[in-house]
Ligand binder design. Structure first.
Ligand code: NVA
Length: 316
């Protein structure tokens, strides 16, 4: 059996995604029962970019499974500068049973996985944020009782990691994923094509529109994300300034009112009130962002538990 990694949403089949979400639900319902990392086994958790939720939720998830989180500051490690990605993978693989990495280009985490002898998990790259999307799917399922067939409208930066992961991960779950974004911030066409292929297999759909109302009209779920992702800080003025192309995609109470009356609102956080979302939406009754934030823990515990199980089976 091949060594499995979780580098992008479609590294899982639809059935595997479903299995992990079911496991996440069980872990949430009965904390500390899954002891997949008992020992404690060590999981390396490495950050090249800023973090709050990802560090705390992976630390908590690893602790819940009986393991030990070895959190590494990327500024000290300087992966790819002081030491090659390949050598880092070889070193970490001797100490840890899994490697969790937040970094820049997707090619960096792919290289890490190609040299690692343990599972590698994407804790956000410029291209994807698959752990967040698993947490979001868990949250949607909790509030709506199902996933397949629901309409999911995301508005904002269509070229960022969240939009691209929503396309792939949402399509796998059978959602109708609509991305509302300015013409100059389209998702990568390769990922969009892949998502369309998955959606066709799973009975969902993917659509990209240039109009926020078309993206959220009648939607069961409305989501957004910052207009300035990590690594894009130099573009902050053009993205957030007075002539921001994203301004008309802000989730205001008026935009939210275009969605289904019982729609829920998601935001991966950190949120910038008054920019991509108004306070009355994110702090209002339709917002489930704190459940979503907590669900990072449970979704990631499930991914770790599942990958550890796959790895054990492959080396038996
Ligand atoms: N798109 C955002 C997500 C933060 C969790 C970023 O990359 O900064």
């Amino acid at each position: 059996m091949t060594l499995r990694h979780f580098l992008r949403d479609d590294d899982l089949t639809a059935a595997e995604q479903h299995e992990i979400l079911t496991r996440a639900k069980a872990i949430k319902a009965a904390p500390f029962r899954d002891r997949s990392l008992a020992g404690p086994e060590v999981v390396a958790v490495l950050f090249d970019k800023q973090t709050l939720r990802t560090q705390v939720s992976f630390t908590a998830a690893i602790a819940h499974l009986g393991g030990f989180p070895m959190v590494i500051d990327g500024k000290l490690a300087q992966v790819g500068v002081r030491e090659s990605i390949a050598d880092t993978a070889r070193v970490l693989g001797r100490e840890a049973v899994a490697i969790v990495w937040r970094t820049y280009g997707q090619e960096r985490i792919e290289e890490m996985a190609s040299y690692a002898n343990v599972p590698v998990i994407n804790a956000l790259t410029d291209e994807f944020h698959p752990c967040q999307v698993l947490a979001d799917l868990l949250t949607i399922n909790e509030h709506k009782g199902r996933l397949a067939g629901l309409t999911f409208g995301y508005v904002g930066d269509g070229a960022n990691n969240m939009a691209q992961s929503y396309l792939l991960g949402g399509a796998l779950a059978g959602l109708h994923v609509r991305i509302g974004t300015p013409a100059e911030y389209q998702p990568n066409p390769d990922y969009l094509e892949r998502a369309a292929q998955i959606a066709a297999e799973q009975g969902g759909s993917v659509t990209v529109v240039d109009n926020p109302v078309d993206a959220v009209a009648g939607a069961d779920v409305v989501a957004t994300d910052t207009w300035v992702s990590m690594g894009k800080e130099k573009e902050s003025d053009s993205r957030k300034g007075s002539s921001s192309p994203f301004a008309r995609f802000a989730v205001t109470a008026d935009l939210m009112a275009q969605a289904a009356p019982d729609a829920i609102f998601l935001h991966c956080l950190p949120a910038y009130r008054g920019f991509e979302v108004d306070a009355e939406v994110i702090d209002g009754p339709q917002s489930v962002v704190w459940d979503e934030s907590e669900n990072r823990l449970h979704a990631q515990a499930a991914v770790l538990s599942w990958l550890r199980e796959q790895h054990r089976a492959s080396t038996r």
